[in-house]
Design a protein around this ligand. Structure first.
Ligand code: NAD
Length: 523
């Protein structure tokens, strides 16, 4: 059998993106200027980092949970203290508005740390299992750290996604090695600088840098769990590698969030939700509103209001004042958006707003609204990950639900109606990891709610109770409540007599008839 360690080197050869230089450059999406460089890790570096993390984890994992939380809270305080520094860098490296850098990157991490710090002791406490039959035994599950968790992250929320997963792993007693996106390596370097400055164990939280091959090398270096956030195609490769090593992986993949606007939706709220949900972070959100199914009764009015609101959006360099929509962090997404728009227009869609790269340089794409879209167009069926919102008119809510479910993805979905009960009924029929009624996007920032996809949007969940326990090995212990005897009735030797008693017992316990008849069987 081929040694699994050949996969990273294979990827390295195939990965045409790997440059000959050994530095990774981070460039401003606004003007292409060089913001900084980080060294690309070699496979040997990755192995060394994981080995150091493993040694650091041994002491960390033995600390009482409360002690770990107390230390992680110091990280939160430092993050909040240095929030503006983080916001400045996030805005320069990603091209996102400062407001978004603070509200969608820094604040959710601070909140998540507080959430877990206050609850981890309770959530990770041993859990008794009530025995339905063997009342003389006690069973319980206790949660032990897994070891070293590898986190491979994307560029769209390079701080909040990465640090959210890292904190969850650390609170559960693990060490963490992060492979951030090659597009935005600097922000997580800043996080590491803050980590080190708070006096937390240096090797407990480490970084490796590079392209996909470095992510693959991290999986090969013997980590005990992988949390991957990225595209579906990459997620499949990561799952394959984890499968070969039989290590668990959480996969947070792409989305194609539908928004169902019912006939009785609040028009103004729905229009504003579509504009925010479609264009925040320039549409580079896995839960962006990527398709609108509007009831025929309100479709035209809703569309007009959305187009009107889009015309009021300010787009531009977020480092030079308040803008609503910033740059496209990863330039290739502009080509993707153009390709989908061209396909839609060729098949009959009409561009109602935007539709083009912005003139004047920089990676900017106009907030775009399309009408007369349908499922023959890729704009309705494939993830765009850019500022494009296609509208489709539907005759009734049944059609909207059917179309919402006509997708290989299922991460987030949205339903707008004034009737909350109806909203929940529709929500339960949409096949999606989360469905929000009369709201968009916020669930990723709520630390207690499980976040993740169904279908090809992923496997596993981040946030909430389950994610913390998922960062742990659930180990079962079973013990006799009372004293023990020389042997259990089902142990050797097997005799006709023991068989007879076993059968009588089975009939008494599981046979039909009244309780008196069954007791009679025993006698
Ligand atoms: P990507 O899949 O290109 O890259 C993600 C990460 O994987 C990067 O760090 C990359 O270097 C690494 N990688 C690439 N090849 C690898 C390999 N063979 N082995 C291991 N690691 C490898 O994704 P992206 O372009 O950075 O991010 C955009 C995608 O992420 C979108 O599809 C978006 O929907 C998805 N996303 C999902 C969520 C979620 O929570 N579900 C959140 C944000 C983004």
């Amino acid at each position: 059998m081929a040694a699994p360690t050949t996969i990273a080197s294979e990827l390295e050869r195939k990965d045409t993106k790997v440059p000959t230089r050994e530095q990774l450059e981070s460039r401003s999406p606004v003007d292409g200027s060089l913001l900084g460089t980080v060294p690309i890790s070699t496979s040997a570096d990755v192995h060394r980092v994981v080995a150091r993390a493993r040694r650091a984890q041994e002491a960390w994992g033995l600390l009482p949970i409360a002690e770990r939380c107390e230390r992680i809270l110091r990280l939160r305080n430092a993050i909040v203290e240095r929030a503006e520094e983080l916001v400045d860098l996030l805005t320069r490296e990603c091209g996102k508005p400062r407001h978004e850098s603070l509200a969608h990157e820094v604040i959710p991490v601070a909140d998540l740390i507080g959430y877990y710090a206050a609850r981890a002791e309770k959530l990770l406490a041993p859990r008794d299992i009530e025995m339905h039959l063997m009342k003389h035994r006690r069973s319980y599950v206790h949660y032990a750290p897994r070891g070293v968790v590898g986190i491979i992250s994307p560029w769209n929320f390079p701080f909040s996604i990465t640090m959210g997963d890292a904190v969850t792993a650390l609170v559960a007693g693990n060490a963490v090695v992060v492979k951030p996106s090659e597009v935005t390596p600097l922000i997580i370097e800043k996080a590491k600088e803050i980590w080190d400055a708070t006096g937390l164990p240096e090797d407990l939280f480490q970084l490796v840098h590079g392209y996909g091959a470095v992510g693959a090398a991290l999986i090969e270096a013997g980590v005990d769990k992988v949390v991957f956030t990225g595209g579906v195609a990459t997620g499949k490769r990561v799952a394959q590698m984890c499968g070969e090593r039989l290590i668990p992986c959480t996969l947070e993949l792409g989305g194609k969030a539908p928004l169902i606007a019912c006939a009785d939706a609040d028009l103004e709220r729905t229009a504003r939700a579509i504009v925010f949900g479609g264009f925040v972070n320039a549409g580079q959100v896995c839960v962006s509103v990527e398709r609108v199914y509007a009831h025929a009764a309100i479709h035209d009015q809703l569309l007009e209001r959305v187009v009107g609101l889009v015309s009021e959006l300010k787009q531009g360099d977020p480092t030079k004042g308040d803008v609503d929509v910033g740059a496209i962090t990863f330039g290739k997404q502009i080509d993707v958006a153009e390709k989908h728009i061209a396909d839609a227009v060729a098949k009959g869609a009409i561009v109602r707003a935007g539709g083009h790269r912005r003139d004047g340089g920089g990676q900017f794409f106009q907030p775009t609204v399309l009408e007369k879209c349908d499922h023959r167009m890729t704009v309705m069926t494939e993830e765009i990950f850019g500022p494009v919102v296609p509208f489709m008119k539907v005759e009734d809510e049944e059609e909207a639900i059917r179309l919402a479910n006509d997708s290989h993805l299922g991460l987030n979905a949205y339903v707008f109606t004034k009737d909350r009960d109806k909203g929940c009924r529709i929500a339960e029929r949409v096949v999606s990891g989360s469905v929000l009624v009369n709201d968009v996007l916020t669930n990723h920032a709520i630390p207690e709610t499980p976040f993740g996809g169904v279908k090809q949007s992923g496997i596993g969940r981040v946030h909430g109770e389950d994610a913390l326990r998922d960062m742990s090995q659930a180990r079962h212990v079973n013990v006799n409540r009372f004293g023990t005897t020389a042997r259990e009735p089902i142990w050797y030797p097997y005799t006709p007599e023991t068989f007879k008693w076993l059968l009588k017992g089975a009939r008494a316990l599981f046979g039909g008839g009244s309780i008196l008849q069954r007791i009679g069987e025993l006698l």
